[in-house]
Write a protein that binds this ligand. Sequence first.
Ligand SMILES: O=P(O)(O)OC[C@H]1O[C@](O)(CO)[C@@H](O)[C@H]1O
Length: 309
Amino acid sequence: MILTVTLNTALDITYRVRSLRPHTSHRVSDVIERPGGKGVNVARVLAALGHEVTVTGFAGGATGRAIRDRLADTTCVRDALVPIAGATRRTIAVVDELTGDTTQLNEPGPQISPTEWDTFLDRYAELLPSASAVSLSGSLPPGVPVGAYAGLVRSARTLGVPVLLDTSGEPLRRGVAARPDIIKPNADELAELTGSHEPLRATQDARRRGAHAVVASLGAEGLLAATPEGRWRATPPSRVHGNPTGAGDSAVAGLLSGLVKRLPWPERLARAVALSAATVKAPTAGEFDAPAYEELLGRVAVTSEVIAA
Ligand SMILES: O=P(O)(O)OC[C@H]1O[C@](O)(CO)[C@@H](O)[C@H]1O
């Protein structure tokens, strides 16, 4: 099975409004709720691709219950979330129907006690030996140590389980130093990590800091990868309009799926870009449009990248 870790799970709420304008009140035309947090989205996409997935992290309160009830209905996804006293957060994505733009509001998440953190570490240690790969995704809720991902990366590497890290800021900086197999920062996260706003050089720099492979998500421009086997750029055939929430998580699912199937890097990247674009096309955060994925897959351009001297 593939293990996805979401320490800060969320009940993702998507609101559609006619036109979003600050300092005014809005009538919401449509509300959709779904289990979220980055690793939960990764799990859902992996399951849709036919993989067996186990989800771990924390869940509590009515929001946590809602997530667990929905996960129970998701084929191929096993719930191994650790119960907590606090309540799982909500995130709100507001979709502006006129422009198609999305505004995202993410709550910080519940306080995690030292005992709850220890319980999670025991659960992770139990699950790791049967995982073919693990993803560590998203922000850390209050109370979880800032070096948490670094420790989780080290445990996976000790057991020889390939580990992908998708986070930001100091948890990313420390996690990279623990030498994960793959990181998937967006352009801002990569620039913050390396101090470089030139993505190709920044991906190389992130590798020098410890990541074996770096796959940067560059929005509409697709993915840029620096790996031990080479450097590639993977671009969707045309600009896709829609809700980008969860597009990065779908890219992570594509990379993990390709990893466990031992596909060559260019094929992994093509899948990741097609899944990401098909997620933007789907109306709800964290879902992908399956026919669009099949159609886009053959039309993603993957080209080798050379760094100018
Ligand atoms: O953990 P964060 O970085 O706050 O991200 C969480 C959010 O990101 C998303 O996964 C989209 O990538 C949403 O589902 C939402 O839950």
